[in-house]
Design a protein around this ligand. Sequence first.
Ligand code: GDP
Ligand code: IMO
Ligand code: MG
Length: 428
Amino acid sequence: MSVAVVVGMQWGDEGKGKIIDLFSEEADVIARYAGGHNAGHTIVFDGNQHILHLIPSGIFHSGKLCVIGNGVVIDPAALIHEMDLLKKANIDLDDRLVISDRANIILPYHGTFDKGRENSNHFEKIGTTGRGIGPSYADKIARAGIRACDYRNEKYLKKKFESNYQEKNTIFKDLYGKELPSCESMFDELMDYQETILKYIGDTHVLLRDEIEQKKNVLCEGAQGTMLDVDHGTYPFVTSSNSTSGGASTGLGIPPTQIDRVVGVIKAYTTRVGEGPFPTELHDGDGERLRDEGREFGSTTGRPRRCGWFDAVVARYSICLNGIDAIAITKLDVLDRFNTLRVCTGYKYKGKVYEEMPADLDILENGEPIYTQFEGWNQSTVKVEKFDQLPDNAKQYIDGLQNILGVGFLMISTGPERNQTIRQGTLF
Ligand code: GDP
Ligand code: IMO
Ligand code: MG
């Protein structure tokens, strides 16, 4: 085994940060393949919490190479801020962090457009993170983006920025009746980051190819989750990139034939931030308890996360789409004080039962979840490190899920800290 993808199976925030940090022990390279600083990956060790937005979750393991791939959109200010925080925590980044010179840059006006859209009555509200992710990917696809490598050619960069700016400013004035900040000020801001970006960029496709040739273990780090994938998620309530495992190939330049395995990360229940359908969402005391016990507030924006029961339709769809061969399940401990647990196995809509994920959002919004019940265990599982030591009903819940999904659990997480984990196998 040398290339593994770790992917979120729900609507993001599954605990990828914790799991990838643990798997990084076995990896030589950790490479982020999609998204931007809309992501928030939390890693907790020695009582300290670190939240990463762009830098791969392997960064706390000294000596491991961390790559930000071409599929990621980079806000240079956010990246530099994150780098500064890590340096303050005595994490060495030099010769360990490489950013793809093909990655697109989030420009100062992308955030303005993102927030403008969200706050206007013209468009459906998505509940984005307001970080300019959608407008930046839109420009990438429209071939109007600026890439990290453009920092090498200031004259070209200026020309491209100025023509883009003219177009954006015209649209902005038309839509919102006001002008963007001046072209000069926005360009100057972009140039403030030139030195740092140039220091860290490289041809990451070649670097990864060489590492793979040398039989090194490469962990491809997903951001967001399967249901937020722009093609396969609950469109339009999605992010603007391919968060599914296929995105690892395009977002890093690793051919599909070289990916050896895909591991999914899933919560023992479901959460979602932002707008969009969520069939198993709870609007009662159980939902509130999940939010309180699970501390379900966004790592990036601090927004309360919507909470609900485990959705096996989502999980099976995710297994199939991503080619998942093993799962890391997180936050089992959050269910410790429930009398009854529910798992959705299908949606009933206009008399028909759907067991496959429908494209039609009306089915997800108005369908009635069909539930299987499990008994709770009313006992703490925090810090349990062996499956046998789990309460019987917790074992039954875990076994029940594995049966419904047909895929085994490689890790069962029972708390945010590294050692609060049941490990049942290795990644590579
Ligand atoms: P990511 O975006 O998938 O990396 O997930 P986030 O970091 O946004 O959100 C997951 C949250 O759950 C973080 O606050 C983690 O510290 C926390 N967490 C991860 N695993 C567990 C677990 O097993 N139990 C509990 N209680 N918290 C966990
Ligand atoms: P991690 O990697 C949870 C959601 C936003 C919004 C939608 C579009 O931490 O799991 P965007 O700013 O991307 O245009 O917003 O996607 N979203 C996430 N939700 N976890 C994330 O990342 C997310 N990244 C984006 O809340 O609903
Ligand atoms: Mg997150």
